[in-house]
Design a protein around this ligand. Structure first.
Ligand SMILES: [Zn+2]
Length: 85
């Protein structure tokens, strides 16, 4: 699974709306991909904040920014430091 695929499923993953098979794949990705792990934690915290405010939808803007952030990180790690794959 690629980071982009992971990100596509991330909010459903956090909402528990995905199938068991897909969840296993996402867990596996999280296991070796530090970047997605960080994004997942950040997103989870953000969702909790929004839940406290009774807002259940992750704003489109935030989703886009997270997506952009991970894409930049992926590009960086390709040219520079190694990820622990
Ligand atoms: Zn990833």
């Amino acid at each position: 699974m690629k980071c982009t695929e992971f990100l596509k499923e991330l909010t459903d993953y956090l909402d528990g709306k995905i199938s068991d098979n897909l969840r296993i794949e996402l867990d596996e990705h999280l296991h070796w991909c530090h970047e997605c792990h960080v994004v997942m934690n950040t997103t989870q915290k953000t969702i909790e904040i929004y839940r406290d405010n009774k807002l259940y939808e992750l704003p489109e803007d935030l989703r886009n920014r997270l997506h952009q952030a991970i894409m930049n990180k992926c590009r960086d790690s390709k040219s520079g430091k190694k990820s622990t794959h």
